[in-house]
Design a protein around this ligand. Structure first.
Ligand SMILES: *[C@@H]1O[C@H](CO)[C@@H](O)[C@H](O)[C@H]1NC(C)=O
Ligand SMILES: *[C@@H]1O[C@H](CO)[C@@H](O)[C@H](O)[C@H]1NC(C)=O
Length: 197
């Protein structure tokens, strides 16, 4: 999400506006909205993992050269969800799941492979005032956790007491965060936010 978009959202985040959105938008991006070190950072997927980095450019997406040559690649710059557990892509079926370390992951593209010991349920979209919330409900815990990775980047986990951040990172340095879900509008000439992530 662009810095200017974030600035424009701050009045809504502060609750100045009270228009309620009851419908799930066709697609949405996610931003940490709770106070703390990851506030206003956009959720980004790269190499099947999910991250909260500082500023733009953390999303990794791909578009084949022949499609690129024809000028038909979708923007691919932001990580967009089309529902609580699916990425918004031209190549279908990139599903969001939780691996055995409680890290949030995405499958594919072109592969339904999901690590053994993974959990595919539990994600949901909850409507709210001006923006919705992306939520996770596990067995005896809920919500998301941001764990320090390196250079100020955080990796996204679900908020389990058994979450295993990267080696050398203590679980008590991770911070829970609220994941705001914001409607994302596509340019008129594309059908998904990315070819594939
Ligand atoms: C959509 O329109 C923009 C601006 O004209 C252009 O740069 C882009 O290549 C187009 N994308 C597709 C998929 O047609
Ligand atoms: C996945 O399949 C699509 C459609 O056939 C193709 O364009 C894309 O390059 C494939 N991606 C990978 C990583 O193989």
């Amino acid at each position: 999400m662009k810095q200017s978009t974030i600035l424009a959202l701050i009045p809504f985040l502060a609750g100045v506006n009270s228009l309620t959105t009851h419908q799930k938008p066709a697609r949405f991006d996610v931003m940490a909205v709770s106070d703390g070190p990851v506030q206003y950072r956009a959720l980004a997927t790269s190499a099947t993992f999910f991250w909260l980095g500082k500023g733009d450019g953390w999303t990794d997406s791909h578009c084949p050269p022949n499609v690129e040559k024809a000028g038909r690649c979708p923007p691919g710059k932001d990580t967009i969800l089309k529902d609580a557990h699916t990425l918004d892509t031209v190549v279908p079926g990139q599903v969001i799941y939780v691996d055995s370390n409680y890290a949030v992951r995405a499958s594919g593209p072109n592969s339904t492979h999901i690590d053994s010991g993974s959990e595919t349920g539990g994600f949901k979209y909850v409507p709210g005032n001006r923006y919705g919330q992306w939520e996770y409900q596990g067995d005896g815990f809920d919500g998301f956790l941001a764990c320090p990775y390196n250079n100020g980047i955080y990796q996204v986990f679900v908020n389990s007491p058994d979450a295993k951040p990267r080696q050398g990172v203590k679980l008590d340095t991770c911070v829970p965060f609220t994941a705001g879900a914001f409607e994302y509008r596509l340019p008129a000439n594309v059908t998904a936010a990315a070819w594939e992530y």
